[in-house]
Write a protein that binds this ligand. Structure first.
Ligand SMILES: [Zn+2]
Length: 359
C-alpha cells in the first residue's frame, strides 16, 4: 500500500488536477523552479525528495536553449526545442529514481516564440502516441502583450491541441513587470500590472469550453527579478476579488474556482506570498533567488579555497602539492548545488509546501 499522496515520475492530466486541488485545499503552493541544466534539475529533485513533496520543474525558452548548449544554432527555435526535450527526457528518467512526483512545465512563451511551443507539441504528440503519456505536463503561453481577445483566442486554440494529449495550459493576464529572458517590461504602464476580475472571468469562460485543466498567471503587481522595494506594490487581494467575481458570475459552488500562478515572486514579503496562497495561488515561480544562491555557493567555495585554486600544483601547504581535488568541477558545482538546495528549502517552507507527499 502506498503511503504517499502522489506517485513518483512526471504527473499529468487528472493527477495534475488532483495535485493542484490538494494544494488549494491545504493552503500551499508548489515551487516552480527554472532550470538550465542537469545541475539545477538534479538539485531540485534532491530537495523535493528530502522534503517529501512534489515539485514543478520548468524550462524557459532561454533556459532550454542553454540546456542544448550555447554553441548550438537556435534558428527556428532548434536549440530551444531540443534543449527542452533533452531536459524533459532527463526528468522522466530520473524523477522515478529520486522517487519524487514532478510537474514538468515550460515557462513564458510570447507570440514571437510560438514556433518553440509548436515544435514541442509536434514532438509531444509523437511521444504521446508512443508512450501514452505527454512529454510535458503543461506549457505556458504568455500572450499578455496582445489584446485580451487575441490572448485568449490563441491560448484556447493551443489548449485544444494540448488537451488531446492530456496536457494542461498556463496563461497570463495582465503583465508581470521587470525583465526576464529578454522581455523587458520595466517601463510598462503600472495599471497593466494589475489584472481585472472581468478579464479573469472572460478567460475562465472561454477556456472552460476546452477543459477545466488550466492555470492563470494573473498580474497583481508582480515583477520579475529583484529590485529595490517601493517601485510597485503587490496586491494579492486581486486574486481573491477575481475568485469571488468568477464564483458569482457563473454561480459556482467552489470558493476558489481558479488555480492561480504567482510570477515574479523573488524578493517578495512572506506575508504577501502567504496571502496569495490563501486566495488560490498553487504555483509560485522561483528563479532569480535560486540564480543568486547557485552563484553564492560557488563564490563562497572560491573564497574558502582560494589558495588551493590558483594553479594545478602548489598551495599554502606546499609548492609541490597538487590541487586537483579543489578544482575538479564536481567539487565547485556541488558547492553551488548545495547552496541552491538550501535556498530552495526555504522556498518550500515559505510556500507551506514541506512534506506534502506524506499522507
Ligand atoms: Zn514569469
Amino acid at each position: 500500500m502506498s503511503n504517499k499522496n502522489f506517485r513518483s515520475g512526471v504527473l499529468y492530466g487528472a493527477e495534475l488536477t488532483e495535485l493542484y486541488n490538494h494544494a488549494s485545499k491545504h493552503d500551499y503552493a508548489l515551487p516552480a523552479v527554472n532550470v538550465i541544466g542537469t545541475n539545477s534539475i538534479n538539485a531540485v529533485m534532491e530537495t523535493a525528495r528530502d522534503l517529501e513533496s512534489p515539485v514543478i520543474i520548468q524550462l524557459s525558452n532561454g533556459g532550454a536553449s542553454f540546456y542544448a548548449g550555447k554553441g548550438l544554432d537556435n534558428s527556428q527555435q532548434k536549440a530551444s526545442i531540443y534543449g527542452a526535450v533533452a531536459g524533459a527526457t532527463h526528468v522522466h528518467l530520473l524523477a522515478k529514481q529520486y522517487d519524487v512526483p514532478v510537474v514538468l512545465h515550460t515557462d513564458h512563451c510570447a507570440k514571437n516564440l510560438l514556433p518553440w511551443v509548436d515544435g514541442l507539441l509536434d514532438i509531444g504528440e509523437k511521444y504521446y502516441a508512443e508512450k501514452g503519456q505527454p512529454l510535458f505536463s503543461s506549457h505556458m503561453l504568455d500572450l499578455s502583450e496582445e489584446e485580451l481577445e487575441e490572448n485568449i483566442g490563441t491560448s484556447k486554440a493551443y489548449f485544444e491541441r494540448m488537451n488531446k494529449i492530456d496536457m494542461s495550459i498556463e496563461i497570463e493576464l495582465g503583465v508581470t513587470g521587470g525583465e526576464e529572458d529578454g522581455v523587458d517590461n520595466t517601463e510598462i504602464d503600472s495599471a497593466r500590472l494589475y489584472t481585472q476580475p472581468e478579464e479573469v472571468a472572460y478567460a475562465y469562460e472561454e477556456l472552460m469550453k476546452v477543459s477545466p485543466r488550466f492555470t492563470v498567471a494573473a498580474a497583481f503587481g508582480n515583477v520579475h527579478g529583484v529590485y529595490k522595494p517601493g517601485n510597485v506594490e503587490l496586491r494579492p487581494i486581486i486574486l481573491k476579488n477575481s475568485q469571488d467575481f468568477v464564483k458569482e458570475k457563473f454561480n459556482l459552488d467552489k470558493d476558489q474556482p481558479i488555480h492561480f500562478v504567482f510570477h515574479g515572486g523573488s524578493g517578495s514579503d512572506l506575508k504577501d506570498i502567504r496571502e496569495a496562497i490563501t486566495y488560490g495561488a498553487i504555483k509560485m515561480n522561483i528563479d532569480t533567488d535560486q540564480q543568486w544562491a547557485f552563484w553564492d555557493g560557488l563564490r563562497a567555495y572560491e573564497a574558502k579555497n582560494r589558495g588551493y585554486l590558483q594553479a594545478q600544483i602548489g598551495n599554502p601547504d606546499g609548492d609541490d602539492i597538487p590541487n586537483k581535488k579543489y578544482y575538479d568541477p564536481r567539487k565547485w558545482l556541488r558547492a553551488a548545488e548545495d547552496a541552491f538546495r538550501v535556498r530552495l528549502t526555504q522556498a518550500f517552507e515559505d510556500l507551506n509546501a514541506v512534506g506534502k507527499n506524506k499522507i
